[in-house]
Design a protein around this ligand. Structure first.
Ligand code: PEP
Length: 251
């Protein structure tokens, strides 16, 4: 049984004051939730959010990391620094990192391994472009990303891995994949994970991301290989993120 995991990716939104206000409003709304909850604020708000989340079940995450432990990498942040702040998860390979900052599968794999080495669970993002989908290559592209982005990931650490399938055409566009379409890709991701991890793939949680909202979360989560969501826009307001967390409440 895979415990659902709902992760907020705030991208470049919310400073320290807004983050504190969010935590104050959000935490009372999600006490006792059955899903695991993760919030990835900008780097500058990690320390204050860590304090606000202390004593709650909500996990802190970063949106990116450098793969090296330290050194001459101006402007970068290492897994050790994230660990020190209390990050339990870190997103790597988000499509915005891949398309806007040129990250390759190889870069993503190095980051995932560096995080794992420091005891931080990576949330590894994959997803096809609109052109890939329209040319019928979505499943092939995503399977290749899974293999490349997880190269060298130890099979005995499969349960520390979270994969997020995010079709690029659905991110921030209001266009959600239908539950059936998402399930088709999630099943292909599970197959690629089985190729890499054997039976351990059954325990890996695969999130869907791309315009997840309170009104579509339950139907997506009803699919057999969808184990959670990575949420951008709808995670910025406490009420809408809490409603997604409570997708199983029947409300
Ligand atoms: C994301 O940024 O990972 C994302 C899925 O964004 P949105 O929910 O806004 O589509």
């Amino acid at each position: 049984m895979r415990r659902p995991i709902m992760a907020a990716n705030w991208k470049m939104n919310k400073g320290v004051a807004e983050t504190s206000a969010f935590a104050e409003a959000f935490l009372p709304l999600v006490s006792g939730a059955s899903a695991e909850i993760v919030i990835a604020p900008p780097f500058t708000a990690l320390a204050s959010l860590a304090s606000a989340l202390a004593g709650s079940a909500v996990a802190l995450a970063a949106q990116n990391t450098h793969a090296e432990a330290s050194g001459a990498f101006t402007g970068e942040i290492s897994p050790d620094m994230l660990k020190e702040l209390g990050c339990r998860y870190t997103i790597v390979g988000h499509s915005e990192r891949r398309t806007l900052f040129g990250e390759s599968d190889e870069d993503v794999a190095a980051k995932a391994l560096a995080l794992l080495d420091r005891g931080i669970r990576p949330i590894v993002c994959v997803g096809e472009s609109l052109a890939d989908r329209e040319s019928g290559k979505a499943l092939e592209v995503v399977a290749r990303q899974v293999q490349g982005s997880l190269a060298g990931f130890p099979t005995d650490r499969a349960s520390d891995l979270v994969v997020a399938y995010e079709p690029i055409w659905a991110i921030g566009t209001g266009k959600t994949a239908t539950p059936e379409l998402a399930q088709e890709v999630h099943s292909a991701v599970r197959e690629a994970l089985t190729g890499a991890f054997g039976s351990g793939a059954e325990g890996i949680r695969i999130q869907y991301g791309g315009s997840v909202k309170p009104d579509n979360a339950a139907e997506l989560m009803a699919q057999p290989d969808i184990d959670g969501a990575l949420i951008g826009g709808a995670s910025l307001a406490p009420e809408s993120f809490a409603a997604i967390v409570h997708f199983d409440s029947g409300a």
